[in-house]
Design a protein around this ligand. Structure first.
Ligand code: NCD
Length: 305
C-alpha cells in the first residue's frame, strides 16, 4: 500500500493508486496553468534539487506548484556549496529546513530511499540515473488513457535506447499493473531491455502498436568509446509501417532520433505529454502534501455548477 509520503518508484503504487492519481490529474486539468491560481498549496514551499540537467521535469514541477498557489526554490550545483565539496546528502537535508516537499534528480541509482529517509517531508524521485522516473510514467499513462481511452489491452513498442532510458523502465512497471498489455522492444544491439520481447523493425506492421514510445540514446550513460555505434532514427519508412491510429510518444528531449522531415506527422504527441505533465504533477504534489480532499472537492464544485 502506497504510504503517500514519497514517490520514489512505481513499485510503491498499486493499480488503484495509479488510477487515483490519474483521477486527481483529470480533476485538475481544466485548472492547470493558463492564468489559474489555486489555494491548495498556499504558503507551502517546494524545493527542487537537481544534480543532473532537466528542462521539462524541473519546469513542470515549478509551474505545477505555482498553479497550486505554492512557491518554489531551486538548487543546481553550479554556484552552490557543492562546488566547495558539500555532500548531496547534506544538500538534501539542508533544503528540508527551508521547504515542505522536495523533488530530487540524481545521476546515481539507488540513493532516493536514502534521501527520503534523511528527511521528514515528502520526497519525489524526478529521475535517478538509468533506474526510474515515476512522475514521467504517470504523465505518460495519463496521456495514453486520454489518447487511446484505456490502460488495459494496450500494445506498445518501446524503441531506441531502452536499456538506459529510465522513463521506459518506470512506464513498463506501470503498464504491468494493468491487464493484457503487450510490450515489445526495438533497439540497436546492446541497448535492449531485459524481460520484454525484442522484435525487428519490419515487424512493426504485424504488431500494429497503439503506442510507439521512442527514447533518445542516453549518451551520458554509455561509455565514451561506444557512444557513436548506436545511431538510431525514426524516419518515413518507420512511419509507413504504422497504422493511422498509432500514437508516437517521446519523453523528450529529442536529439536526432526522429528525422526532422517527418516531425509534422499528426501521430506524434510529444507536446501533449509535456502539457499533461502539469496536471499530473499538480496531482502528485497535492496528494503528497495531504491535500487530496481539496482536489476531490473541486470535482464536487464542477458537479454543482
Ligand atoms: C527524460 C529523463 O530525464 O529521463 N526526460 C524527461 O524527464 N522528460 C528523458 C531523457 O532524458 O531522455
Amino acid at each position: 500500500m502506497w504510504n503517500k509520503k514519497n514517490l520514489l518508484s512505481v513499485d510503491q503504487l498499486s493499480r488503484g493508486d495509479i488510477e487515483f492519481i490519474l483521477n486527481c490529474s483529470k480533476i485538475l486539468e481544466p485548472l492547470s496553468g493558463r492564468g489559474n491560481k489555486l489555494n491548495i498549496c498556499k504558503g507551502e514551499i517546494l524545493a527542487e534539487i537537481f544534480f543532473e540537467p532537466s528542462t521539462r521535469t524541473e519546469k513542470s514541477f515549478q509551474a505545477a506548484m505555482y498553479t497550486l498557489g505554492g512557491e518554489v526554490i531551486l538548487h543546481k550545483d553550479p554556484g552552490s556549496s557543492r562546488e566547495k565539496g558539500e555532500s548531496k546528502e547534506d544538500t538534501v537535508k539542508m533544503f528540508e529546513q527551508y521547504s515542505d516537499i522536495i523533488v530530487v534528480r540524481d545521476p546515481e541509482i539507488g540513493l532516493m530511499k536514502k534521501y527520503a529517509d534523511l528527511v521528514n517531508i515528502p520526497l519525489i524521485n524526478a529521475g535517478d540515473g538509468a533506474n526510474e522516473h515515476p512522475s514521467q510514467a504517470l504523465l505518460d499513462l495519463y496521456t495514453i488513457n486520454k489518447e487511446i481511452g484505456r490502460l488495459d489491452d494496450i500494445t506498445m513498442v518501446l524503441m531506441a535506447d531502452i536499456k538506459y532510458a529510465r522513463a521506459v523502465h518506470s512506464l513498463l512497471k506501470a503498464l504491468r499493473k494493468f491487464s493484457s498489455n503487450k510490450i515489445y522492444g526495438i533497439s540497436p544491439k546492446g541497448l535492449e531491455m531485459p524481460g520484454i520481447e525484442m522484435i525487428d523493425i519490419d515487424e512493426l506492421k504485424r504488431v500494429n502498436p497503439d503506442i510507439l514510445y521512442v527514447t533518445r540514446i542516453q549518451k551520458e550513460r554509455i561509455p565514451t568509446e561506444e557512444r557513436d555505434k548506436f545511431a538510431f532514427r525514426v524516419d518515413a519508412r518507420t512511419l509507413s509501417l504504422l497504422s493511422s491510429h498509432t500514437r508516437i510518444m517521446h519523453p523528450l528531449p529529442r536529439i536526432d532520433e526522429i528525422d526532422p522531415a517527418i516531425s509534422n506527422d499528426n501521430r506524434f504527441i510529444f507536446f501533449k505529454q509535456v502539457r499533461n505533465g502539469l496536471h499530473t504533477r499538480m496531482a502528485i504534489i497535492s496528494i503528497l502534501m495531504g491535500h487530496e480532499d481539496e482536489v476531490l472537492a473541486i470535482k464536487d464544485i464542477h458537479k454543482k455548477n
